[in-house]
Design a protein around this ligand. Structure first.
Ligand code: C2G
Length: 130
């Protein structure tokens, strides 16, 4: 049984999010997703997500390709989460290229190409200007 783990905020869920989760799932038998907490998001981006942590967890949990979801409280806890969920592969989009190579002694790390031309930030900007 091969376990894939991935992480993200998945705020204002869009096709880029679905693409990476569906692709990540094909690398193993089960896909575990760490959804960044509201507080982690605030500390990274200086703003709270549009969708609450509870709603983001519910959206990701409802996807066919996702086996289970937990709340990611800190970027530095990656290794602990990998061990806790017995993950064999960590998959992230390539905007994180190289950033999580430090977990390589514990599991394989793969960065997949991002879906071009879509991001939560762009969606928010477009919606603001409508
Ligand atoms: N993504 C993608 N294509 C896009 C937008 C996002 O493939 N057009 C991917 C990102 O590369 C990431 C995942 O979707 O792997 C989630 O993206 P975000 O919600 O932006 O996550 P982020 O805020 O980068 O949080 O521990 C890591 C963090 O929790 C990641």
């Amino acid at each position: 049984m091969k376990t894939v783990i991935t992480f993200g905020t998945f705020d204002v869920f869009h096709i880029g999010h679905l693409n990476i989760l569906e692709r990540a799932a094909t690398y193993g038998d089960q896909l575990i997703v760490g959804v960044s907490s509201d507080e982690l998001n605030y500390s990274k981006k200086n703003r709270y997500p549009i969708y609450s942590e509870r709603d983001r967890v519910k959206i990701i949990s409802g996807l066919k390709c996702v086996t289970s979801v937990f709340v990611e409280e800190s970027l530095e806890l990656k290794l602990e989460y990998i061990k806790k969920y017995h993950a064999d592969i960590l998959i992230m989009g390539d905007d994180w290229q190289g950033r999580f190579d430090w977990v390589k002694p514990a599991c394989e790390v793969i960065y997949l190409p991002r879906t071009p031309s879509i991001s939560t930030t762009e969606i928010i900007e477009i919606a603001k200007n409508r």
